[in-house]
Design a protein around this ligand. Structure first.
Ligand SMILES: Cc1cc2nc3c(=O)[nH]c(=O)nc-3n(C[C@H](O)[C@H](O)[C@H](O)COP(=O)(O)OP(=O)(O)OC[C@H]3O[C@@H](n4cnc5c(N)ncnc54)[C@H](O)[C@@H]3O)c2cc1C
Length: 334
């Protein structure tokens, strides 16, 4: 086992920040993870688990060990009605979506082109265009970083919500995801409840492959490519607030878009709130808010994570002051 020292993480975070890890190890199997965790315990080093780095903002160099989970096994078990797919945590998410959809295994088409790896997908229950991971997820294989015990957590045990799961809470923060089990379908019946997707489809009902292609087109037209301009996708969650508060806000902002969430709560588009507050296209030195997408903070090149954190803070304070709404950050800030 070779653990590298003083490794640049520039290629391991989608903001492209040039920070370094004191120790770095890319593990391709459970055995390798167990071995490196023993090393870490023996040397008493802090641990940071990393996938593709597309939802992580590094504000400083990493002290301790960065464990890059790179288990890339992919297995499929098919019967007449169901297709069970098991993806190792290191499998690239978009490649997994593409491979399944174009092999007649349907269900993940709406989640095309989300960067990152399968192991991070349950952490925030990735979602887009009317679907979330939890709609197809059966269970998650995990390893406890302190006890070394392995377990399989059911969908219910993962306690999924909007960009939320058990893994984001103290009760689940010590689990390392080894792989995920998903149930896909041989029936080509895509979900097109998301209005913008429905409007963009030419054929009704569309095939899952058509939905995949359309989602890719929509995303490419709306979201900046991290390879061109560093970013972590949406930086803030869409806030969920009591509907009573919406009524009051609508008096001042009659054009405020509102989406139903539950009987008593509504979801508001964070992008609208930020845009309306005048932040779209704002630039502070080498970081800023994307000119087309107010929810995306960007590194224009030469920026760093601290500058992003300061900008995010300013936006949050301004939004709170204007609308009395707290915006929650989506990426993990290190
Ligand atoms: C351009 C762009 C568009 C995006 N669009 C979407 C979108 O539409 N919907 C959406 O939900 N997200 C979106 N994201 C966010 C991101 O792609 C997802 O959250 C993705 O799942 C992150 O995967 P990753 O492997 O890069 O995670 P990382 O950034 O490596 O990790 C994210 C978090 O998960 C933890 N983690 C990673 N792997 C493991 C593991 N094996 N075990 C335990 N913990 C782990 C990390 O410690 C960290 O806290 C977008 C990001 C970008 C850059």
């Amino acid at each position: 086992m070779h653990i590298s020292e003083n490794v640049s993480l520039r290629e391991h975070n989608s903001f492209g920040f040039d920070i370094s890890a004191e120790y770095f190890f890319s593990a391709k199997s459970l055995a390798e993870i167990q071995e490196v965790l023993q090393w870490r315990q023996k040397h008493n080093k802090p641990l940071l688990v990393l996938g593709g780095g597309s939802n992580t903002v590094f504000t400083r160099n990493v002290t301790g060990l960065v464990l890059h989970v790179a288990i890339d096994e992919l297995t499929t078990d098919e019967n007449e009605n169901d297709i069970n797919v098991h993806a190792g945590a290191g499998v690239n998410w978009h490649q997994l979506v593409k491979q399944t959809v174009f092999s007649g295994q349907y269900g993940l088409e709406n989640l095309a082109l989300i960067p990152g790896n399968a192991g991070a997908a349950p952490i925030q229950n990735i979602g887009a265009y009317g679907k979330e991971l939890c709609d197809n997820l059966i269970s998650v294989d995990v390893l406890h970083r302190e006890t070394g015990e392995t377990a399989t957590l059911s969908n219910k045990e993962c306690d999924f919500g909007y960009r939320h799961s058990l893994f984001k809470t103290p009760a689940g923060a010590d689990f390392i995801v080894l792989g995920i089990h998903m149930r896909l379908s041989p029936q080509d019946k895509p979900v097109i409840t998301y209005q913008a997707l429905q409007n963009a489809m030419q054929n009704t009902p569309p095939t899952a492959c058509e939905v995949f292609d359309q989602v890719c087109r929509l995303r490419q037209s709306k979201l900046p490519d991290p390879k061109v301009i560093g970013n972590a996708g949406s930086f803030f969650k869409n806030p969920v607030i009591p509907c009573q508060q919406v009524d009051a806000l609508r008096k001042e902002y009659p054009d405020l878009p509102v989406y139903p969430h539950s009987e008593a709560e509504c979801k508001l588009p964070a992008a609208w709130l930020i845009d309306r507050a005048g932040w779209k296209g704002h630039r502070s030195g080498d970081v800023g808010v994307h000119s087309q997408q107010a929810l995306v903070l960007v590194n224009h090149g030469g920026g760093n994570g601290q500058q992003i954190a300061i900008l995010a803070d300013e936006i949050q304070k301004d939004v709170t002051q204007r609308y009395q709404i707290h915006l929650e950050r989506e990426p993990t800030i290190y």
